[in-house]
Design a protein around this ligand. Structure first.
Ligand code: NDP
Ligand SMILES: Nc1nc(O)c(N)c(N[C@@H]2O[C@H](COP(=O)(O)O)[C@@H](O)[C@H]2O)n1
Length: 221
């Protein structure tokens, strides 16, 4: 499985405000770059924190990109994937719309009734892990469903777990020229954090590009 993490952060590393409401950090050029990344991927992934905060659609906006995918024998939109241990995704969430297939990754903590409600709303539910979603195990199951490349949009809790599990292959981050601040505001990588310098993931900078009012930094992991 190839895993690409892409997000937009303020100059002080925040993904959003302490109120965790969706903020447009990047501009039209970067949103178009994100759309192109979605169009390349077999699946677009978020954590349930992002799902509940933003209610995103995770679909490809540009019609030509959807047509190009279809010309290649792919579905017009990538699959949507949400890491949601306790099956908290609302059944009227945008990601359960019929523009694309949707996988909800849950753990054994999810109750049967909530799983069935998501299945009735059109989701395919994948169970992996006892407490939180076991990401390596869940990604193996996604591969069995034909998904070989994932574009992860966040948020910081999920991105930490992906780095911690050694699952990230590529990182692109738009750094906008704005300051959000707030010790409780989500950052690109939250979770428990790494403490041993020997365990810090080492990235290799592969690109720096000016875009909108900021820069896009690209890394191989
Ligand atoms: N600027 C940008 O580019 C982006 C901004 N955002 C912003 O980020 C914020 C949301 O980020 P955040 O709160 O970090 O939430 P996340 O989207 O990272 O979701 C975190 C939740 O995912 C669930 N989860 C399931 N399995 C795992 C696992 N193995 N590891 C980690 N989490 C797991 C957990 O809930 P549970 O245990 O219940 O399953 C956890 O609380 C919002 O404010 C949103 O607007 C988000 C994406 C991009
Ligand atoms: N690239 C980027 N720039 C920003 O400024 C952002 N706020 C985000 N957020 C991500 O975009 C998702 C919105 O998805 P839809 O367009 O509604 O499908 C949101 O959930 C974040 O993942 N990204």
């Amino acid at each position: 499985m190839h895993v690409h993490v892409n997000a937009a952060e303020s100059v002080d590393g925040k993904l959003s405000t302490r109120e965790r409401e969706q903020v447009a950090i990047s501009g039209p050029e970067d949103f178009d770059r994100m759309d192109a990344l979605r169009a390349e991927a077999d699946g677009v992934v978020v954590g349930v924190g992002t799902e509940l905060a933003d209610d995103p659609s995770l679909t490809v906006t540009d019609a030509e990109r959807r047509e190009q995918r279809e010309a290649e024998g792919r579905p017009p939109n990538p699959a949507r994937v949400v890491a949601d241990s306790r099956a908290r995704t609302p059944t009227d969430a945008e990601i359960l719309g019929d523009e694309a297939v949707t996988y909800v990754l849950v753990s054994e903590r999810a109750v049967k009734g909530d799983i069935e409600a998501l299945e009735n709303a059109g989701a395919t539910v994948i169970v992996a892990g006892e407490d939180r979603v076991d990401l390596p195990g869940a990604f193996e199951q996604l591969e069995a469903h034909g998904l070989d490349s994932l574009m992860v949009e966040g948020g910081g809790e999920l991105v930490f777990s992906l780095f911690d599990a050694g699952l990230v292959d590529r990182l692109t981050v738009y750094v906008g020229s704005t300051v959000i601040g707030g010790r409780e505001a989500p950052t690109l990588v939250d979770g428990e954090g790494f403490t041993d310098p020997d365990s810090f993931p080492e990235l290799s900078l592969t690109g720096v590009e000016r875009m909108d009012d900021g820069v896009v930094l690209s890394y191989d992991v």
